[in-house]
Design a protein around this ligand. Structure first.
Ligand code: GAR
Length: 321
């Protein structure tokens, strides 16, 4: 069983979304654990629940502190808890750009509207005033611009006759409690999900000229050169031959290059069974922090070494500009 992601949950109030995240983490093979619940309000009811659940807690009132100093105190607690992701759950503070940038791609928020609609506050009153038929909630990555990061998941919730901002908020929270744990689990687990890794690889491989996908010995493979004379330049290997790796196999220039890569960067490269004998290298994809630009470069290089001259000639000419 791979290691779990360690999440710190930041709250300002009731903490019902935090509770949903905690209880989901205790059911089945959840890919994350909650290692800290922190708040800018020492009286936030969620803190007492987290403590009763045996989770480390931290509170730091923001009054009298600059935004940067308060963020730094929260961040220090998050780091001390060994968290690798921050999950905002009703944390009603705008965060400083530096803090957000340091956690780019590792900080999520839930916002009670169908983003990009109704960023900011009073979302329910605004949805009602607009006469909308649906409200909802969105899980998104946090970026310096408020409520504007990539939306990872959304769910719609109907507005019913007689709704008030309070009744609507309560119904939206029911949906949030289902959505947030799933979206967080999917996001933190994405680097070990074969379907997600293959989808990403496919997008990169098929963006290269004259490529197609064809199965080879039960694995997805990518070819260049057309239906008839096509040659494989990449394979996707999902834990083949007893390895724990989900990997991309691509051509290197030589056996020496392959062995050098494997010896100097064992956490990234390996010599695959069968294809390794002809100089193909395995690039491990099920590890956190994969550099996808580097993966794209490997694909292009392997594509070039398999592509017919009429295709590479154009590329070579383009390179001289
Ligand atoms: C949730 O509805 C969440 O979407 C919202 O605050 C509520 C917190 O409830 N967040 C925002 O409005 C962020 N701008 P909870 O404390 O019971 O989880």
């Amino acid at each position: 069983m791979a290691e779990k992601a360690r999440i710190a949950v930041l709250i300002s109030g009731a903490g019902t979304n935090m509770a949903a995240l905690v209880y989901a983490s205790r059911i089945g093979a959840c890919p994350y654990e909650v290692v800290l619940v922190a708040s800018n309000d020492p009286a936030a009811p969620g803190l007492a629940l987290a403590a009763a659940e045996g989770i480390a807690t931290f509170a730091c009132p923001h009054k009298g502190m600059s935004r940067e100093a308060h963020d730094a105190a929260m961040e220090a607690a998050v780091l001390a808890a060994g968290a690798d992701h921050i999950v905002l759950a009703g944390y009603m503070r705008i965060l400083s750009d530096g803090f957000v940038e340091r956690w780019a791609g590792r900080m999520l928020n839930i916002h009670p509207s169908l983003l990009p609609l109704y960023k900011g506050l009073d979302t329910h009153a605004r949805a009602l005033a607009a006469g909308d038929a649906f409200a909802g909630t969105s899980v998104h990555l946090v970026t310096p611009e408020l409520d504007a990061g990539e939306v990872l998941a959304q769910v719609r919730v109907p507005i019913v006759a007689g709704d008030t901002p309070e009744s609507l908020a309560e119904r939206v929270k029911l949906a949030e409690h289902q959505l947030y744990p799933r979206a967080v689990a999917e996001y933190v687990g994405r680097w070990r999900d074969p379907a997600a890794l293959l989808a990403r690889l496919r997008t990169l491989a098929l963006a290269l000229p004259e490529t197609d996908e064809r199965e080879s010995h039960g694995s997805p493979g990518f070819r260049v050169g057309g239906e008839k004379g096509g040659k494989f330049f990449a394979y996707f290997a999902d834990q083949h031959h007893g390895t724990p790796h989900i990997a991309l196999l691509v051509r290197t220039g030589s056996m020496d290059e392959l062995m050098n890569l494997v010896e100097s960067q064992r956490e990234i490269y390996f010599k695959p069974a069968y294809h390794g004998a002809s100089g193909w290298v395995g690039i491990i994809l099920n590890r956190p922090g994969v550099d996808w630009d580097e993966v794209a470069e490997w694909l292009e290089r392997s594509w070039r070494s398999a592509a017919p001259k009429r295709l590479t000639r154009l590329m070579d000419i383009a390179d001289t500009f």
